[in-house]
Design a binder for this molecule. Structure first.
Ligand code: RB5
Length: 151
């Protein structure tokens, strides 16, 4: 049976955050590496205030250019940085809040960018959702037709 997870161990995952989610990003970088992915951290790397679109665009661009199989974006809510990532062709970024939305983002939407809010989720919750996202396969079938229509 085909493995419809968004990435396999050894694949490159890009990740970025704004200042609000720097600490969470650091934790997630380590978790992604432990899961066997090559991780490209696109910043930010200090707590200086930055603009979340700059970092969402970096991840969106890398995924759209197939430089990475998938991406992770984190800001205060996950919303702003996901909007920026979604401006890039072929990017399907979804903000997830709990186990159900993390699973649905993969099973139904075949999301290739995971977005989360560092001011919404406790670090342990976000870590669990990261694991769920990368372990959950796309269901395909009728969902493939719908995802195709996303463009
Ligand atoms: C930064 O204060 C905050 O606006 C940002 O992290 C994010 O929540 C935007 O969507």
């Amino acid at each position: 049976m085909a493995d419809n997870r968004i990435a396999q161990p050894g694949d490159t995952i890009v990740i970025a955050s704004d200042h609000a989610a720097l600490d969470l990003k650091t934790v997630l970088v380590n978790d992604l590496a432990s899961m066997g992915f090559k991780v490209r951290d696109l910043g930010t790397n200090t707590t200086d205030s930055v603009d979340y679109p700059d970092y969402g665009h970096l991840v969106g661009k890398a995924v759209a250019a197939h430089e990475a199989k998938a991406g992770v974006v984190v800001c205060g809510t996950g919303i702003g940085i996901s909007i920026a990532a979604n401006r890039h062709p072929g990017v399907r970024a979804g903000v997830v809040h709990d186990d159900y939305t993390a699973r649905m983002a993969r099973e139904h939407n075949n999301a290739n960018v995971l977005a989360m809010g560092a001011r919404v989720l406790a670090p342990e919750e976000a870590r669990a959702l990261l694991k769920t996202f990368f372990e959950t396969p796309f269901e395909g079938g009728r969902h493939a037709r719908r995802v195709e229509k996303l463009g």
